[in-house]
Design a protein around this ligand. Structure first.
Ligand code: ZN
Length: 566
């Protein structure tokens, strides 16, 4: 053997030994595609993990060099390893209440419900409810009801029961429907004033209709219900956790800490359950501004660890576009000739005075703005807050950012805003927006991914669960295909489609960026947490529309398997 080669060989052995001495891999994944979502190293053959972190991403031989006698070898057998998916806008407690504590009426399949089918379903639920207790349900949606925009009212709900109070939350979580018994128990009559930030809808004769808008109005009823026990709530949250990991999610966010049970209770619940494994994902928390403690000494931004950490404050600035309450510059297209432009929840000065102290304290702001009038107001406020280049790195969030104009996108880009799209708007509601509620021009602006990419912006997709179902691979499929669900299926503005790679970024690395965690998660990269989704097909090699059919077989957090499909 030539002298030089021998030297090289000796040196290589020394290096290999030092790596092994430095630590064998606990686990090695090989035998399938690795989609890293790391631009510098998009593909790899194998991945080594030690102590919950990724220590090597590379060729099979590079990774196998870290194999020790106790290393667990996971043969992917042709499955694909991806970074754990990131879902940055879930109401975890809200989903637990809406879908597990209350009865879930959500219908995301076809055909749509009718008022008769809803009355029948609610009557069936009512049979199991004792006198004096509430019939509570979630998930009706007039924009997905036949005939279009059929809405529950107190009169209709009285057909279900006049003796048991009924509370039904709209799918958007911005509207609720109650019967006359519920109005009576809440002490409301036709002369009752609207609660601040909420609305009690009245008919042309000034009578309460049983339709109410926004959380402050919901609380009038919710506070009359006996709260579920701690055990019931924990079980419900655990089910939401199982749903997250079954869809490949390894990091999520509770976007409104405190909205249901107050900040103290929800913080304790989520922090405890994330650490004891009942909620098996990492969680970042945003305190709901309406529940933010008046004299707060307990909570600080960044409090917690990578399992559960409080980082932001969430403000809800307008309503829901499919509920005709998102604040628009021009009137809705439905019903024809309406002057309704939706509802701003605050004046610009009010929004500024809520946002300013939290921004100064270092909380990441997350403002819900659906309509272009609300987006305008939020951008005005953000422009007052962002004074320095460092401020523009705060990754201010605008949630939904549903129908921005090009001028608004440009302003948002300048401010470093990281929008989050409820991309299911293009799918479940695409036809309703385009053909009925918004008209083509505005509907074509929905979730304008391609426009944002042209401006160099990061953005994330989310479910806003319980508003739409948790399923990140489906969001990526929706963003890259923009086909609506109702037949005949049509593409909602093909020019805003994004590539599969960009769509996957919005459920991995860019969603991590939105949560200020892109240095720790969101890609399969050395030094990051060993959070993975193992899926049955490589989404990079799948037709955009069919990415929604990819199965998640396993989910790993911190190098540990937390989900395996039966
Ligand atoms: Zn939300």
């Amino acid at each position: 053997m030539p002298y030089l080669s021998r030297i090289t060989l000796v040196a290589m052995c020394a290096i290999a030994q030092s790596v092994i001495a430095g630590g064998n891999a606990d686990t090695i994944f090989y035998g399938g595609d690795v989609v890293t979502m790391n631009k510098a190293q998009p593909k790899a053959e194998a991945v080594a993990v030690q102590g919950g972190k990724i220590i090597k991403v590379g060729s099979l031989s590079q990774v196998k060099a870290l194999q020790g006698k106790d290393t667990k070898l996971i043969n992917l057998n042709g499955q694909t390893l991806m970074p754990g998916l990131v879902e940055p806008h879930v109401h975890i407690v809200g989903t637990a209440f809406s879908e597990e504590v209350w009865t879930n009426l959500s219908n995301f399949t076809l055909p749509h419900d009718t008022l008769d089918s809803l009355v029948k379903k609610l009557s069936d639920i009512g049979k199991g409810v004792k006198d004096g207790e509430w019939i509570s349900a979630f998930g009706v949606d007039p924009s997905r009801t036949d005939p279009f925009m059929s809405e529950l009212t107190a009169d209709i709900l009285d057909k279900v029961s006049t003796t048991k109070p009924i509370f039904v939350m709209n799918q958007s979580m911005h509207i609720a429907y109650v019967n006359h018994k519920a109005l009576e128990l809440a002490g409301l009559n036709d002369s009752s004033p609207d609660p601040k930030g909420g609305k009690l809808l009245k008919d042309s004769k000034g009578r309460l209709t049983g339709v109410v808008y926004e959380a402050p109005a919901f609380y009038l009823f919710l506070e009359k219900m006996s709260p579920p026990t701690q055990a019931v709530i924990e079980q419900a949250i655990a089910k939401v956790g199982q749903r997250l990991v079954s869809k490949g999610v390894t990091t999520s966010a509770e976007i409104t800490v405190g909205a249901y049970l107050g900040v103290d209770k929800e913080y304790a619940l989520l922090n405890g359950m994330a650490h004891n494994g009942m909620l098996p994902v990492r969680v970042r928390g945003y305190i709901y501004s309406n529940a933010f403690p008046a004299s707060n000494t307990k909570y600080t931004p960044g409090q917690g660890d990578d399992i559960f950490k409080l980082i932001g404050v969430k403000i809800v600035a307008d309503g829901s576009d499919q509920g005709l309450t998102g604040a628009m510059t021009k009137p809705y297209a439905y019903p024809a000739g309406t002057s309704n432009t939706g509802t701003l929840n605050f004046s610009e000065q009010e929004l500024y005075s809520i946002a300013k102290p939290r921004f100064d304290e270092g909380w990441q702001l997350s403002v819900h703005s659906n309509g272009d009038r609300s987006i305008e107001q939020t951008l005005n406020v953000f422009e007052k807050l962002v004074k320095t280049p460092a401020d523009a790195k705060e990754r201010l969030r605008i949630e939904h950012f549903t129908v921005p104009t090009q001028a608004q996108i440009a302003r948002a880009a300048k401010l470093g805003v990281v929008p989050g799209f409820t991309i299911g708007h293009t799918d479940y509601w695409g036809e309703a927006f385009h053909d009925h509620l918004l008209g083509p021009e505005r509907a074509n602006r929905i979730d304008a991914g391609a426009s944002l990419i042209k401006k160099g912006m990061h953005f994330a997709y989310h479910s806003d669960s319980p508003v739409s179902p948790i399923h990140p691979l489906k969001y990526a499929s929706e963003g890259a295909s923009r086909l609506w669900q109702v037949t005949p299926q049509k593409v909602l503005n093909a020019s805003e489609k994004v590539s599969i790679n960009d769509a996957l970024k919005a459920i991995t690395i860019d969603a991590a960026y939105q949560l200020k965690m892109d240095d720790k998660i969101g890609s399969v990269e050395e030094g990051k947490y060993a959070d993975f989704a193992i899926v049955d097909k490589n989404p990079m090699k799948t037709d955009a529309y069919k990415i929604r059919d990819i199965e998640v077989n396993e989910t790993w957090v911190n190098g540990q398997r937390v989900f395996k499909k039966n």
